[in-house]
Write a protein that binds this ligand. Structure first.
Ligand code: NAG
Ligand code: NAG
Ligand code: NAG
Ligand code: NAG
Ligand code: NAG
Length: 435
């Protein structure tokens, strides 16, 4: 096992942009892995992480690119920070310490992540947060061999609260179209307000700076829920940032997040990704819903963190998570931006609608143009991808590959499909015309 003792550096670019990048290259593309929260909540222990890691290997998920095994909340003692100033690991749950677990995970050629909050306590309550203890905690994690930090946004003390609120439908009252006006929302930031002067910016940048001081590279994932206009400064601070409140294991939550993210995708490119939250594939979604969930998350270039018990995952769901065309799109190292809606479909373009978000999506990649047609309705619907509407394609015939089956569908002038309720038709279209 060789270590990459590299500092995380913010390198100025020729263009003048100065996004956060790492020396190792990790974090240029969306992170892939597994996280304990959606399945286990606080009921975690070393055995569950080792079992998940082993299962990632046995199912081929590791070979498909999933390489982070991430501990979420509740790894420490609920009694808070110890008298010596350090957070103590709950050794009932982790008898070998987190460093012991990290060594085993690294020996499986996987990486390990940990969790804290930019507040006085974590979200589950009682577990110490890292605000004003950033250097101590970052140094402990680095010494344990931690490779990834999910940094949450709970229990912010009054003296660290923002002066203004940012308009985000998950957190403040908005108009029905998702916008805010002084009539709907109190204490909105004035037009042109620079969120880099906010306390949220400072809270999250304190940890960025603490991680940068360590000689073990820790990827920085900001679980900031789309607040504080993270879209305008996230790229300079970490490699990904949550763009919404928490996902839950049902279809309405999936469409709600797709709808929100469709308005925030300008902030996504290499080195900085909107995190649409951890996957619920395997948790209470039908196969059609799991396909749509995964296809959209991959296409939006969200990190893809599996959140289920891999022992119980059906083969069809494993196949969805391993879909080679969608993973290749998500992990494309030549094209940075995500797929975006080119047409809303059931609703007029740019409609804000949580149950029926944009249905027609397209994005460029080195393998061709990925086109998704999501059916948000309750019944099977016929949908057509007309090349003239798809950015990056001209109206001549193009060769089409079915993303789900891998089948070559031939040289087509358009693609028409009957899409089942909540399912998504997904194709890869060659950019060059065919005859
Ligand atoms: C984020 O920063 C990286 C590295 O500087 C840059 O390549 C990328 O284009 C930036 N993203 C956006 C949306 O500007
Ligand atoms: C440590 O973990 C055990 C097992 O889950 C739990 O019962 C106990 O309450 C935890 N201890 C503290 C102090 O959080
Ligand atoms: C959203 O709704 C508000 C209030 O009804 C309206 O004033 C505003 O123009 C709408 N904005 C958009 C982008 O549709
Ligand atoms: C499971 O999904 C159904 C249908 O989307 C939903 O009504 C239910 O609340 C979900 N259960 C959980 C635990 O989220
Ligand atoms: C969302 O769109 C659907 C389909 O057009 C429509 O029936 C529904 O009323 C819309 N929801 C809201 C809250 O406007």
């Amino acid at each position: 096992m060789t270590w990459n003792h590299q500092l995380i550096l913010a390198l100025p670019l020729a263009s003048g942009a100065s996004g956060y990048v790492t020396k190792s290259g990790a974090g240029k593309l969306p992170s892939l892995g597994w996280n304990s929260w959606n399945m286990y909540g606080c009921d975690i222990d070393e055995a569950k992480f080792l079992a998940a890691a082993q299962k990632m290997i046995d199912t081929g998920l590791k070979d498909a690119g999933y390489n982070y095994v991430n501990i979420d909340d509740c790894w420490s003692l609920k009694t808070g920070r110890a008298d010596d100033g350090h957070i103590k690991v709950n050794t009932t749950r982790f008898p070998n310490g987190i460093d012991g677990l990290a060594k085993k995970i690294h020996d499986m050629d996987l990486k390990i992540g940990i969790y804290s909050s930019a507040g006085t306590a974590n979200c589950a309550g009682g577990y110490a947060g890292s605000l004003e203890h950033e250097d101590t905690d970052a140094a402990d994690w680095a010494s344990w061999g931690i490779d990834y930090l999910k940094y949450d946004n709970c229990n912010v003390p009054d003296n660290w609260k923002d002066q203004y609120v940012f308009c985000h439908p998950d957190h403040v009252k908005t108009n029905s179209n998702g916008t805010c006006t002084p009539e709907t929302t109190e204490n909105l930031a004035p037009e042109g307000y620079d969120w880099r002067t906010s306390k949220s910016f400072e809270r999250f940048n304190r940890m960025k700076d603490a991680l940068a001081k360590q000689d073990h590279e820790i990827l920085y994932s900001m679980c900031i829920w789309g607040t504080a206009d993270i879209f305008s400064w996230g790229n300079d601070t970490g490699v990904n940032w949550r763009m919404s409140g928490d996902i839950s294991a049902n279809w309405d939550s999936v469409t709600h997040i797709i709808n929100l993210n469709s308005f925030y995708l300008n902030s996504v490119d290499f080195w900085g990704h909107n995190d649409a939250d951890m996957l619920e594939v395997g948790n209470n979604l039908s196969d059609a819903e799991a396909r749509s969930h995964f296809a959209l998350w991959a296409a939006m270039k969200s990190p893809l963190l599996i959140g289920t018990d891999l022992d119980k995952l059906s083969q069809s769901n494993i196949d969805i998570l391993k879909n080679k065309h969608l993973l290749a799109f998500n992990q494309d190292d030549t094209v940075g931006p995500p797929a975006t809606p080119y047409k809303w479909g059931i609703n007029p373009d740019w409609t804000y609608n949580s149950t029926n978000p944009a249905e027609f999506w397209a994005g460029d990649s080195k393998d061709g143009v990925l086109v998704l047609m999501l059916n948000t309705l309750g019944e099977t619907t016929s949908k057509t991808a007309a090349w003239s509407e798809v950015p990056g394609l001209d109206a001549s015939n193009h060769r089409v590959t079915d993303v789900w089956t891998g089948d070559d569908l031939g040289c087509l002038g358009e693609y028409k499909a009957d899409v089942a309720s909540h399912d998504t038709a997904a194709i890869l279209v060659a950019k060059e015309p065919c005859t």
